[in-house]
Design a protein around this ligand. Structure first.
Ligand SMILES: NC(=O)c1ccc[n+]([C@@H]2O[C@H](COP(=O)([O-])OP(=O)(O)OC[C@H]3O[C@@H](n4cnc5c(N)ncnc54)[C@H](OP(=O)(O)O)[C@@H]3O)[C@@H](O)[C@H]2O)c1
Length: 246
């Protein structure tokens, strides 16, 4: 029975992954900042066949709390087979342009807190010498776009951080996977004018993530067609790219 730590466990994408793992009777250590949502998520997983479920309330921006959370997690699970870092927020780009404090807070939530948690978990996995660290980044990190470059910059930092972790932890048998979803129909994107045919369900994305973790993928576009889209986006010369309304 696999032991799974999920940070940002109430996220729609993370809970869809957890549902698949619940079907394998995995044991969970779920970390989230909303008690109400955490209880609902845990009850849903229990009903779907999960093994023991441990709950931990934590805001990922509470950096001092991270080591205590990991200590509780290891006390509860003994070892971690899969750690999924999933929390994130979609910033209001125009507000980030007007207010430096908001830009920095959003960058910290989407990048700095992930790097802090990833650093702690990497050190744990290095000692454990097995397991998977899965981190949700985004296709937005592949290229800065005028309409959401604060979020893109944070995700680019996460992606580059994970690239480095992969190189470091591969040598001790630890698997690191960078997950790059495209548009997913979750509370994060609710109300946004997204191009319908490109929007995937959390269940579809979760299927790809869970399979990618099993097959030890290193970079996982979800759905897979985003690899091609982003290849084209990255190939557009910057003098042309900066003129596009993207
Ligand atoms: N949806 C997309 O189109 C898309 C595309 C690419 C990447 N992603 C990434 O996928 C991941 C999951 O997002 P989602 O689409 O599943 O959206 P979601 O359902 O809105 O989930 C985001 C989760 O992050 C949690 N969270 C945010 N800041 C937190 C903090 N400081 N401490 C603890 N929890 C925090 C939220 O908790 P509360 O509910 O309590 O606020 C929520 O559970 C994110 O990293 C996101 O950037 C999403």
């Amino acid at each position: 029975m696999k032991k799974v730590l999920i940070i940002g466990a109430t996220s729609a994408i993370a809970s869809a992954c957890a549902r698949l793992w619940a079907g394998e009777h995995c044991e969970f250590f779920l970390v989230a900042r909303s008690e109400e949502k955490l209880e609902l998520t845990a009850a849903d997983l229990q009903a779907r066949g999960a093994g023991r479920i441990h709950r931990y309330l934590m805001d990922a921006m509470a950096f001092d709390e991270h080591p205590r959370m990991l200590g509780h997690c290891l006390d509860a699970l003994g070892q971690i087979d899969i750690a999924l870092i999933a929390h994130g927020t979609l910033p209001d780009q125009p507000q980030c342009e007007r207010e430096v404090a908001v830009a920095i807070e959003q960058f910290n939530n989407n990048a700095t807190s992930v790097i802090a948690l990833g650093t702690l978990l990497a050190n744990h996995f290095e000692r454990q010498r097995c397991g998977t660290l899965a981190v949700i980044s985004s296709v937005a990190g592949d290229r800065g776009r005028g309409s959401n470059y604060l979020y893109g910059a944070a995700k680019a930092a996460v992606t580059t951080f994970c690239d480095g972790l992969q190189a470091r932890l591969f040598k001790v048998g630890v698997h690191v996977v960078t997950i790059k979803p495209g548009f997913v129909d979750t509370p994060m994107t609710q109300g946004l004018p997204l191009p319908g045919p490109l929007v995937a369900s959390p269940a579809r994305v979760a299927q790809r993530i869970v399979q990618g973790i099993s097959s030890r993928a290193t970079t996982l576009y979800a759905p897979g067609f985003w690899a091609l889209i982003m290849w084209v986006i990255r190939a557009i010369p910057q003098p042309l790219f900066k003129r596009l309304k993207l």
